[in-house]
Design a protein around this ligand. Structure first.
Ligand code: G
Ligand code: G
Ligand code: G
Ligand code: MN
Ligand code: NA
Length: 250
């Protein structure tokens, strides 16, 4: 049903993005926003991305969906200060299609947003689904000047063994590490600190996700974190609200 509605909908009109800040706690300012897709369906009402991204992947519509979303995300980023980045989620299906990646590169190129401001977020599941194709896609994006982030690190069977085989600029730790700081403090803290140190040694930026309270900020700071994304610094917000947020914060 979702697939059928997706096919029949005016996606250009019904898809939109919210933006969540990524914050530098060393300089006390936002450094980027992650674009998070939303679908306000005329037929189904609001549909969450977990549902409609999967439906789009399974119905051959993901390329179109990703193109529409990336254009909208770049249009928002175009009015932000140059030093503010844009992070955009790619699906596994995008990643294994050379033609899809080529089109996304073209869209970045035509946007007027410097490619160096744009980060593409990928999960390890996406990267490992077809190792060689994923690497080729990542090389294509990286050679344009875009950054690549490994998303939800630590949520699956994360391995450090493959990290150096990909052009990776950032690692985003899974929200569960911060959740576990509440329950199993010593273990959660130790793991987080180890990941942050590993990232530093690899020359990869680490973004800690899921920080909701000032207490958690203090804890992840003690673990060595510099870049944080989470409700404490801002929930996903409209493009207009993101503009106001930047006015207030910079
Ligand atoms: O924002 P929210 O928690 O609802 O996001 C749920 C999931 O949907 C996250 O895993 C996120 O990565 C994914 N997602 C959000 N926006 C996009 C998008 O534009 N493209 C893709 N492929 N996934 C997205
Ligand atoms: O999988 P990905 O990291 O792309 O998904 C990001 C999702 O995580 C977004 O949908 C966002 O709403 C959610 N998120 C971001 N920060 C927090 C947080 O501090 N707490 C919780 N519970 N969810 C968060
Ligand atoms: O925690 P508090 O009630 O102060 O949060 C109010 C709002 O201000 C929240 O939406 C949160 O996103 C934001 N906020 C809280 N602490 C900080 C901070 O240190 N820096 C920034 N930029 N925003 C914050
Ligand atoms: Mn993400
Ligand atoms: Na994530």
């Amino acid at each position: 049903r979702v697939k059928q509605v997706l096919r029949d909908s005016d996606l250009e009109a019904e898809l939109y993005l919210l933006f969540q800040p990524q914050y530098d706690i060393m300089r006390n300012r936002p450094v980027a926003f992650e674009a998070l897709a939303r679908w306000q369906s005329a037929v189904l009402g609001p549909v969450t991305p977990d549902v409609f991204i999967v439906a789009a992947e399974r119905s051959g519509l993901i390329e179109r969906v990703s193109e529409i979303l990336l254009r909208k995300a770049l249009a928002a980023a175009a009015v932000w200060p140059q030093e503010i980045g844009l992070s955009f989620n790619l699906s596994a299906v995008d990643l294994v299609s050379t033609s899809a990646i080529a089109r996304l590169c073209t869209i970045v190129g035509e946007s007027g947003v410097a490619p160096g401001r744009v980060t593409f977020e990928l999960t390890e599941t996406a990267m490992m689904s077809d190792f060689e194709k994923a690497r080729a896609s990542m090389e294509m994006l990286a050679s344009l000047g875009c950054r690549i982030a490994l998303d939800d690190f630590g949520s699956g069977y994360s391995s450090f063994g493959y990290i150096h085989r990909f052009p990776l600029h950032k690692i985003k730790t899974d929200r569960n590490f911060v959740v576990r700081l509440g329950e199993d403090k010593a273990v959660g803290f130790g793991i987080l600190r180890a990941i942050i140190e590993l990232c530093a040694n690899l020359g990869v930026e680490c973004i800690v996700e899921g920080v909701e309270t000032a207490n958690e900020v203090d804890t992840v700071r003690a673990a060595g974190a510099r870049y944080i994304q989470g409700y404490h610094f801002g929930r996903p917000m409209t493009a207009v609200a993101a503009g106001d947020y930047l006015d207030a914060e910079m």
